[in-house]
Design a protein around this ligand. Structure first.
Ligand code: ADP
Length: 363
């Protein structure tokens, strides 16, 4: 297949639903004439039907991006498109209509505590102008979908955090949006409840084809849910790609560090110090594991022709989108030649393989 035909077939299956073109958002700095760029020249395309994550630490610009995508604010320069429409051209009613097509799920749920679960969802339908006669069936359908059919007459204060977020999702789905924007939707939840809510968001995407955009500071959320990810660091887009590729081959410094934290595969400085104190001889090498990493074959090969010995001393390998990803640390032992040969072969196959500091290790 030629490049051209590949391009045609991929164009036929992907269609941008959200696009940021050279978006900068600046805020005035108090007490000065300076401005501060919360987002700086961001170019980003999110395709219809995908689960896209925007990740970054506190102050990275995530909430600013959300406010631009649902037209709560306008960029200082650049353009934001949703379903092909430049949001800068929208006024009044058209902005309200956009917000029914791009609906939100919030970290703090934002439910109306004085209304029942049923009435919370009903309110969203009312705001969206949904015909009154059809609301009852629609609400039943939505509550069934999120697993809260038996909670319709309870009040938010009677629900657990996970249940509240299910109501938040039912409400966000009420008017059949094109995009569900989940802003730190699981950040207030415990790990098990987080998994349940992530599973529900995946079903929203699978069963209704709704594009899900997840805003998060947690790489685990990205790993479990998203297909593509953009990494924001101090208002700049530092990395973007397929979730598997970003995990297997992170490029930006920030991405490397958040991937390491999430996979727990590579020892940090303190753990490396513990390892080097525990093992009194040998050389540590950390090898990122990807789909085609052949650590076993290489070690078997070098062991056959030299006096190489080795131990697995640290690491973890997970499955991501059905493919292996992780990192293992080996302690290589034997003659200098054998260890050098093993390092050379491992690096040849995985250039990111790294010999760890050997302080405390007797040579
Ligand atoms: P995140 O959601 O990733 O934590 P934000 O988008 O909230 O980041 O903020 C990015 C940066 O922009 C922060 O340094 C924040 O202080 C600044 N910022 C956000 N909103 C405003 C505002 N309305 N006025 C001034 N500065 C702001």
């Amino acid at each position: 297949m030629t490049d051209a035909s590949t391009e045609v077939s991929s164009d036929a299956t992907t269609e941008p639903i959200i696009e940021l073109r050279h978006v900068t958002k600046s805020y005035p700095v108090k007490g000065s004439k300076e401005v501060f760029d919360a987002l700086s020249d961001i170019n980003l395309t999110i395709d219809r039907g995908e689960i896209f994550a925007i990740i970054g630490g506190s102050g990275a610009g995530k909430s600013t991006a959300v406010r631009l995508i649902n037209a709560l604010e306008r960029p200082t320069s650049g353009q934001v498109f949703v379903e092909g429409v430049d949001l800068g051209t929208l006024r009044g009613k058209a902005i309200r209509s956009l917000r029914t097509r791009v609906s939100m799920v919030f970290q703090q749920f934002n439910l109306l505590n004085s209304r029942t679960v049923y009435a919370n969802v009903d309110f969203a339908l009312e705001v969206a102008g949904y015909p009154k006669a059809q609301r009852r069936n629609r609400i039943a359908e939505l509550l069934h979908f999120v697993g809260l059919a038996d909670k319709a007459w309870e009040y938010p204060t009677q629900l657990s955090g996970g249940q509240k977020q299910r109501v938040g999702i039912a409400r966000a789905l009420a008017a059949n949006p094109s995009v569900l924007l989940a802003d730190e939707a699981t950040s207030a939840l415990d790990p098990q409840t987080t998994n349940d809510v992530l599973t529900l968001l995946k079903r929203v995407n699978d069963e209704f084809g709704i594009t899900v955009v997840v805003i998060t500071h947690e790489m685990d959320v990205v790993r479990k849910l998203a297909t593509r990810v953009a990494v924001l660091d101090k208002g700049r887009l530092v990395e973007e790609g397929d979730v598997y590729d970003v995990f297997a081959h992170p490029q930006a410094r920030l991405t490397k560090s958040i991937v390491e934290d999430s996979l727990h595969g590579r020892p940090n400085a303190a753990e490396t110090a513990t390892l080097t104190a525990r093992y009194t001889s040998g050389t540590f090498i950390s090898v990122p594991i990807g789909e085609h990493t052949a650590v076993g074959d290489i070690l078997a090969d070098v062991t056959r022709s030299t006096d190489l010995g080795f131990e697995f001393v640290y690491g973890g390998i997970s499955a991501l989108q059905g493919r292996s990803v992780g990192n293992i640390t080996l302690l290589l032992k034997g003659s200098d030649e054998a260890v050098a040969a093993a390092i050379a072969r491992l690096r040849e196959s995985t250039p990111e393989a790294e010999v760890l500091g050997s302080e405390g290790v007797a040579s």
